[in-house]
Design a protein around this ligand. Structure first.
Ligand code: NAG
Length: 134
């Protein structure tokens, strides 16, 4: 029983996302091998699932970064809002290889308010890869 629970827990933590949700699109790669499919979770409009996420982890201050509709428009720039990683951390993103992760939009932001999601370097103000929301 214990082993089963541990295995189950590991399965969930390892990003075994059974139902990714509603597809937003693929991350468009710019630098550092950023790829993945971005979905809005069926569980909550404030959760994004990134399936088969890849990033080489070599940026010095890389974070998930979103822009809101109306406010920041389609421009991916330093006016974005930081989204903590799947562990709720705001530190630089580590390397990911075909990872399935869930990130929570901060401040009760809903996916319908989001114009774009990027993997963003805060030091060089560089977009490593992004997807636009419909
Ligand atoms: C990630 O999720 C996809 C879609 O649900 C699944 O096919 C894949 O096996 C998962 N990968 C891992 C490492 O859990």
């Amino acid at each position: 029983m214990f082993v089963l629970l541990v295995l189950l827990g590991f399965g969930l933590c390892a990003g075994n996302i059974q139902k990714p949700g509603k597809l937003i699109g693929k991350l468009e790669t710019i630098y550092h091998g950023v790829t993945g499919d971005v979905y809005v979770s069926e569980e909550s409009d404030s959760k994004l699932n990134i399936i088969n996420f890849n990033y080489d982890g070599e940026g010095p201050a890389t974070v998930f970064w979103i822009g809101l509709k109306g406010k920041h428009g389609p421009l991916i720039d330093s006016s974005g809002i930081l989204v903590p990683d799947e562990n709720g951390q705001t530190g630089p993103l580590k390397e990911y290889k075909q990872a399935n992760i869930t990130i929570n939009l901060p401040n009760n932001i809903k996916s319908s308010q989001v114009k774009w999601l990027a993997v963003w370097c805060q030091i060089f103000k560089l977009d490593f890869g992004h997807v636009f929301f419909p």
